[in-house]
Ligand binder design. Structure first.
Ligand SMILES: Nc1nc2c(ncn2[C@@H]2O[C@H](COP(=O)(O)OP(=O)(O)OP(=O)(O)O)[C@@H](O)[C@H]2O)c(=O)[nH]1
Ligand SMILES: [Mg+2]
Length: 343
């Protein structure tokens, strides 16, 4: 051992090899995160390809954790190339953000359809809220008498570390892994001795087209949907642009006035600005925006549709022929999807 390596150890907060003083448990950045709620490092977590390779070699059970509002995008395409269905479970976390009126049976069918469309097969699909402890007892019991190691993988910020902490708590085990509202919190593999097996927390995969990637840490806190969403109703006005915190904008054109719903963080301000003026100001903006034109005819579909903007929120599309002009930072992922609500 050289002189300098003796202080390097794996930080139990983020899972990275870091220089840590002998008397301290966490690296500097995790210590700050724990005490001041700030994650300050901008380090890159282990690569997705390496995690998947490791998962493939391993024999344990794999839990692909996703989050309900960006379910389609948070699925790992071709996951069955790495994990066969009999050892794969899909977890859909953060269901507490959904309004209470949601029909869980329909939601289940909705998720199954999306899995099928993505060619993903798993032995089980579990809805969870690790923050509200919904489903944690079920998961914990499911792990009794199961000796295989339990690997939690998925995109960043879906709540993998929070789930592991909740499971540990049920068993009075101390889990030191850090959780945070920012992206890229867990950076290396963190194992925790659980009942008779290990719970393994992995760094989240990074989706570069998630809106949250474009924001400062302070802004992420503002935009992230972390509480039960209050649906906001709006009527479209052709000469007005809907402005959400000067970060993203849209305008909906229809033959007749229609109302539509938006799901975003409850505290975000929604303003209506003059559309013409907005268009004129586009070139002078500091944060450049991409204009996306979407034409949508609800008559072509048997189900209601929603427009998901990854990391930002959802617009439930009115049931009419509409034109939407969407102004987003470049390369943000968006898609139109069957709505959570029935026609
Ligand atoms: N509303 C809600 N928020 C949750 C839930 N689970 C986790 N979160 C929040 O989601 C954010 C991310 O949680 P983490 O557990 O750090 O996410 P992660 O998947 O481990 O993220 P990485 O380590 O970056 O891969 C935190 O702000 C959590 O409080 C949940 O069930 N409901
Ligand atoms: Mg984590």
């Amino acid at each position: 051992m050289t002189k300098n390596t003796k202080y390097f150890k794996t930080c139990p907060g983020c899972g990275l090899e870091k220089e840590i003083k002998e008397e301290q448990t966490y690296c500097k950045s995790c210590f700050k995160a724990l005490h001041y709620g700030e994650i300050e490092n901008n380090l890159t977590p282990i690569k997705q390809a390496n995690i998947l390779k490791e998962i493939k070699k391993n024999k344990g059970e794999v839990f692909l954790v996703t989050d309900i509002l960006t379910f389609r995008t948070n699925l790992v395409k071709k996951i069955n190339n790495y994990v066969s269905p009999y050892r794969l479970t899909i977890i859909i976390n953060k269901i507490d953000v959904l309004p209470k009126s949601i029909n869980m049976n329909r939601l289940y069918q909705w998720t199954k359809k999306i899995l099928k469309e993505n060619g993903i097969e798993a032995k089980e699909l579990i809805f969870l809220s690790s923050l509200k402890n919904y489903g944690i007892d079920y998961l914990n019991e499911r792990f009794l008498n199961n000796n295989s190691n339990l690997h939690f993988i998925g995109y960043s910020n879906v709540g993998k570390s929070t789930i592991i902490k909740a499971l540990a708590k049920v068993n009075n085990i101390e889990a030191k892994n850090i959780t945070s509202y920012t992206l890229g919190t867990t950076l290396g593999k963190i194992s925790l001795q659980y009942q008779t097996q290990e719970l393994i927390d992995y760094p989240g995969f990074i989706n570069n087209s998630n809106f949250l990637n474009f924001l400062s840490k302070k802004e992420i806190k503002k935009f992230i949907i972390d509480k039960e969403i209050k649906t906001r109703n709006y009527v479209n006005l052709e000469n007005k642009i809907i402005n959400i915190e000067n970060r993203w904008y849209f305008n909906i054109k229809t033959k007749e006035k229609v109302s539509f719903q938006i799901w975003i963080n409850n505290l975000l301000k929604i303003e209506r600005n003059n559309y013409e003026k907005f268009l004129l100001s586009l070139d002078n903006r500091e944060n450049k925006l991409t204009r996306i034109e979407i034409t949508f005819d609800s008559k072509l579909y048997a189900t209601k549709k929603m427009l998901v903007i990854v990391g930002l929120g959802i617009i439930f599309l009115p049931e009419q022929f509409i034109n939407i002009s969407l102004f987003l930072p470049e390369n943000i992922e968006w898609y139109i999807e069957d709505s959570f609500f029935q026609k």
